[in-house]
Write a protein that binds this ligand. Structure first.
Ligand SMILES: NC(=O)c1ccc[n+]([C@@H]2O[C@H](COP(=O)([O-])OP(=O)(O)OC[C@H]3O[C@@H](n4cnc5c(N)ncnc54)[C@H](O)[C@@H]3O)[C@@H](O)[C@H]2O)c1
Length: 446
């Protein structure tokens, strides 16, 4: 938006934990240019909690009108909405994106843009026919360290990139969280190849300026789930942690009552929809993988070897780019270890990105050009969630960047970027099931 754009009227769909990033921004630093005028969720209690938080931060501000899913179009009309932020459960994104576009609104959607190829096609069609804008909230593009990688590669410091080696570790605290709640059902999240790796596949597409062509992958449930838990003696006898004596000393359990945020958003809201956010990671019903190996070939000819592990002792990632003039290596230790029962300060450490972990480790970006000593690059590190990515992304989404001035790093991600990242994960899921390589273009035209 340019600085002289008229005020916009925004609604937020899905008032869970992630929504707080947007509601705080829209009622705080961006309130002078955007009016937050509507909430939509299946759970009225969670919407009321967000209104309580807003009232506490901005005394006297009237509550944001709250609507149920069936009243979405009515809400758009009545509140004269022109921008919709979607941060509901992944499988519901497409429905709100398409309805918002068809009603003439622009959309900002949380990642993953959606969970399957059919839904992605609906979004791409609706975007075309409406002419409205879809932005995908790929906050990792805005992390200054990732920007430095893009700058270094674009400047040709390692020449042409031949291959990328990428390992992402989720620890037994935050990684386990995907096995406690709705993500554990592949129908809700597309599994971690879609829900989580969408960030990583998007980064590679963006860093290399390319798109995936062929994907081959193996994945399985190695650590979590009832069968593995029983076999290793890790399983305890409970369904959900709250009120279960067997969960009291389970290091894999989350205790909703320990954190005022988890208590108010989830525990106190359960009566309405039965959403239990603290299920046993070694209980039945887990249909997603926790250990995934993926091989991708890109349109440039570059290859990616990628591994996602959701049961690691520390959280972070290692990436190496092999180029025709050298190699670029990145190490990010988001947390060096996971405390069994993390200290809480309103929020909880299981809510990744909501608060800086107190076990954060180092970040190292190393340029190794042929015939030269290795050189440590020292990009700015960012404050706030996702390595400083969140606040920078908000400024780009809601701030006063003049569209006439191009973003030199090309960080703004649209629906095509959302689809290009999604298709790698979908192809990996198909490859898990068939044991065969999958052509991305056979799933979705990107
Ligand atoms: N970019 C990031 O780094 C990042 C971080 C966290 C979450 N997210 C994304 O944000 C979204 C929400 O995640 P979360 O952790 O806040 O989950 P959450 O479970 O805390 O919240 C989800 C909300 O969606 C609501 N909901 C469920 N079905 C709905 C429907 N049919 N209509 C409207 N609302 C519905 C739930 O009641 C809940 O309030 C997900 O898509 C997730 O991928 C992104």
């Amino acid at each position: 938006m340019s600085p002289d754009t008229a005020r916009r009227r925004c609604a937020v769909v899905g008032l869970g934990a992630r929504a707080q990033l947007f509601t705080e921004a829209l009622t705080g630093p961006y309130a002078d240019r955007i009016d937050l005028v509507g909430f939509v969720d299946v759970n009225a209690h969670r919407m009321a909690v967000h209104n309580d938080w807003i009232a506490a931060a901005h005394p006297g501000r009237p509550p944001v009108p709250a609507y149920g899913p069936d009243d979405f179009e009515e809400m758009l009309r009545r509140e004269r909405v022109d921008l919709v932020v979607v941060c509901s459960v992944d499988r519901t994104h497409d429905d709100y994106i398409v309805r918002a576009l068809d009603a003439g609104c622009d959309v900002v959607t949380e990642k993953p843009m959606t969970t399957d190829a059919e839904r992605a096609r609906r979004i791409l069609d609706a975007r075309r026919r409406s002419g409205r804008e879809v932005r995908v909230a790929f906050n990792y593009r805005y992390n200054p360290v990732h920007a430095a990688v893009r700058e270094t590669l674009a400047a040709g410091r390692i020449g042409e990139v031949g291959s990328v080696h990428f390992e992402w570790l989720l620890d037994v605290r935050h990684g386990a969280d995907y096995f406690r709640r709705w993500h554990r059902d592949k129908a809700n999240s597309g599994g971690l190849m879609v829900h989580k790796a969408t960030h990583h596949f998007d980064l590679v597409n963006w860093w290399l300026g390319t798109r995936p062509e062929t994907v081959y992958a193996h994945g399985g449930l190695f650590f979590y789930g009832d069968e593995a838990g029983r076999r290793r003696g890790l399983a305890r006898d409970y369904t959900r942690a709250h009120g279960s004596p067997a969960a009291a000393d389970d290091p894999f359990a989350v205790h909703l009552a320990d954190s005022s945020v988890l208590r108010s958003l989830y525990l106190d809201a359960e009566a309405e929809d039965g959403y239990h956010r603290d299920r046993n990671v070694f209980g039945p019903g887990v249909s997603i993988e926790d250990d995934m190996a993926v091989l991708v070939r890109y349109a440039t000819g570059a290859t990616l070897t990628y591994h996602l592990t959701a049961y690691a002792p520390w959280e972070g990632y290692r990436i190496a780019f092999n180029g025709s003039e050298g190699r670029l290596e990145l190490l990010v230790e988001e947390s060096t270890w996971a405390r069994p029962r993390p200290r809480t300060d309103g929020v909880s450490a299981v809510m990744h990105g909501a608060a800086a972990g107190d076990e954060a480790g180092r970040t190292e970006l190393l340029l190794r050009r042929f015939w030269e000593e290795p050189r440590a690059l020292t990009p700015a590190t960012g404050e706030g969630g996702h390595g400083g990515g969140d606040v920078r992304m908000l400024a780009d989404l809601f701030g006063d960047r003049d569209p006439a001035v191009p973003d030199a790093l090309g960080r703004a991600a649209d629906a095509a970027d959302g689809a290009r990242s999604l298709v790698t994960g979908l192809a990996a899921n198909e490859s898990f099931a068939t044991g065969r390589p999958v052509r991305a273009g056979d799933l979705l035209e990107i």
